[in-house]
Design a protein around this ligand. Structure first.
Ligand SMILES: [Zn+2]
Ligand SMILES: [Zn+2]
Length: 175
């Protein structure tokens, strides 16, 4: 019953592509999942229930999440064991669709805030609470494009990870 209600809610949620260039990615998980369904459909690819659930869990987690935490969360959701390759394949698909990014320094995954836009990912990661913030900074994109051109590189992956302490974790008065 709970699963049926959940599916109905998902069907009711309409994707609302984001037009705010300064948006920090504060979107409702259900809306971003609905957007992912429509983006995949437009490309002729299918967001299967497992792929959709992995994406939804990442949105609900709110911080970089490792594959094993996702497997545990899925096992709870489905009340049955989940084979690790199922989750790894779902993550591979989500990354190939540019719906999810891997934070290499954490060996963890985050949903891309704005998969409806073509942009590169700049992640700030708090080493105290583990939260991550995705930023689109066109200046960084331009500098990297210039550097790649100077070196003669054709770039296939651009994920920049910056570690530090987030505003919530810096003691008051020390900034
Ligand atoms: Zn937005
Ligand atoms: Zn923090």
């Amino acid at each position: 019953m709970a699963i049926e209600i959940h599916a109905m809610e998902l069907r009711r949620t309409q994707p609302q592509p984001c037009t705010d260039p300064n948006c920090r990615g504060q979107h409702a998980p259900a809306e971003r999942v609905a957007l992912a369904v429509s983006l995949c459909a437009a490309r002729g690819n299918k967001l299967t229930p497992v792929r959709r659930d992995v994406l939804e869990l990442l949105w609900e987690s709110g911080r970089p999440t490792g594959a094993y935490a996702l497997i545990e969360a899925l096992e709870q959701r489905y009340s049955r064991p989940i084979a690790p390759p199922t989750v790894y394949r779902a993550l591979e698909f989500l990354m190939s669709e540019r719906l999810v990014s891997k934070i290499e320094s954490r060996n963890a995954y985050v949903p891309r805030a704005h998969p409806e836009r073509q942009h590169d990912c700049l992640f700030f990661i708090c080493s105290i609470c583990g939260a991550s913030t995705e930023l689109e900074d066109l200046r960084v994109v331009d500098v990297l494009a210039e550097d790649a051109a100077t070196l003669g590189y054709r770039v296939t992956r651009r994920v920049i990870e910056v570690e530090g302490a987030c505003p919530d974790c810096i003691p008051a008065g020390t900034v």
